[in-house]
Design a protein around this ligand. Structure first.
Ligand SMILES: [Zn+2]
Length: 280
């Protein structure tokens, strides 16, 4: 049976030819399209298809099924062979696979879900910035952890956090970089789109450009650009920092997107790729 679930591999949305298949044991994926994304491939032998990669082989006969020229194998088996972490995000119906990335291994990334507690941030008709920012941060945190990094948060759910506390958290954690996550608002309901702010210093400008480029390409939002900002959080930080304004909760279309878990999952994956690009 075809499975409508989405698939993210190493921070990138993948739509393999043949799609996913749902079985009682979990999803099956077409190996010819999935294995290369994980650094491997599929070979054929007398005993049937063989999964190859990292100098090892895994005979697949009996584990999956052939459909046309594609061999479908259980996702958990494929993940284990390639040393990838794997989870299912129920809210966005997405399978997320991730391998350790040398750029992230053992590194701390500080994620700053904007606002919190008494400060709910901006509100739309249905959405509230504080919760959407936190949801985005949690999705990003899981991707960073699959990549072998440590995703730290400046605050927890419902907790208030002043700018000073955010700056102090950055000084005590000494992360490689910080990403602050926000949603925008305007008196003009026609204002929409994504913008990414930085403090004007090169490492932050580069981080902001990398994240912004991946984001607008992934979510196809109106590109408001990468902008220098004098916000005290950005000004005071010594580590590279970028401030993402994902969309306008005061704009009906932007808000409708922000309320979709699959949209936030895609946005988190794009920010993750932007972080990797900035570290490379
Ligand atoms: Zn905000």
């Amino acid at each position: 049976m075809a499975d409508q679930a989405e698939l993210i591999i190493n921070g990138r949305h993948v739509r393999p030819r043949g799609g996913l298949r749902r079985h009682a044991e979990g999803p099956f994926v077409p190996l010819q399209h999935v294995a290369p994304r994980l650094g491997g491939g599929v070979a054929s032998s007398d005993r049937g298809p063989v999964l190859t990669g990292q100098g090892r082989e895994c005979p697949l006969a009996g584990t999956g099924f052939q459909e046309g020229d594609l061999y479908f194998a259980p996702l958990p088996l494929v993940a284990r062979f390639f040393g990838a972490g794997c989870y299912w995000d129920q809210s966005s119906n997405t399978w997320v696979l991730g391998q350790e990335n040398p750029l992230l291994r053992g590194k701390s990334i500080l994620l700053d879900p904007g606002h919190g507690g008494q400060d709910a941030g901006v509100k739309g008709l249905y959405g509230c910035e504080e919760q959407l920012n936190m949801d985005l941060a949690r999705r990003l945190q899981r991707l960073i952890e699959l990549g072998g990094g440590l995703g730290l948060l400046t605050r927890l759910e419902g907790e208030s956090c002043t700018t000073l506390k955010r700056i102090e958290a950055t000084r005590s954690f000494q992360p490689l970089l910080l990403v602050s996550l926000h949603h925008n608002s305007s008196f003009d309901p026609g204002d929409n789109g994504t913008e990414t702010l930085h403090n004007g210093r090169w490492p932050s400008l580069r981080l902001a450009r990398c994240i912004h480029g991946e984001l607008v390409a992934e979510i196809s939002s109106y590109d408001r650009g990468v902008k220098e900002s004098n916000r005290s959080l950005l000004r005071e930080l010594e580590v590279p920092a970028a401030w993402v304004e994902l969309g306008f909760l005061s704009n009906l279309q932007d808000e409708a997107l922000a309320l979709q878990a699959s949209f936030r999952q895609r946005a988190a994956a794009a920010i993750y790729r932007g972080i990797l690009a900035a570290l490379s």
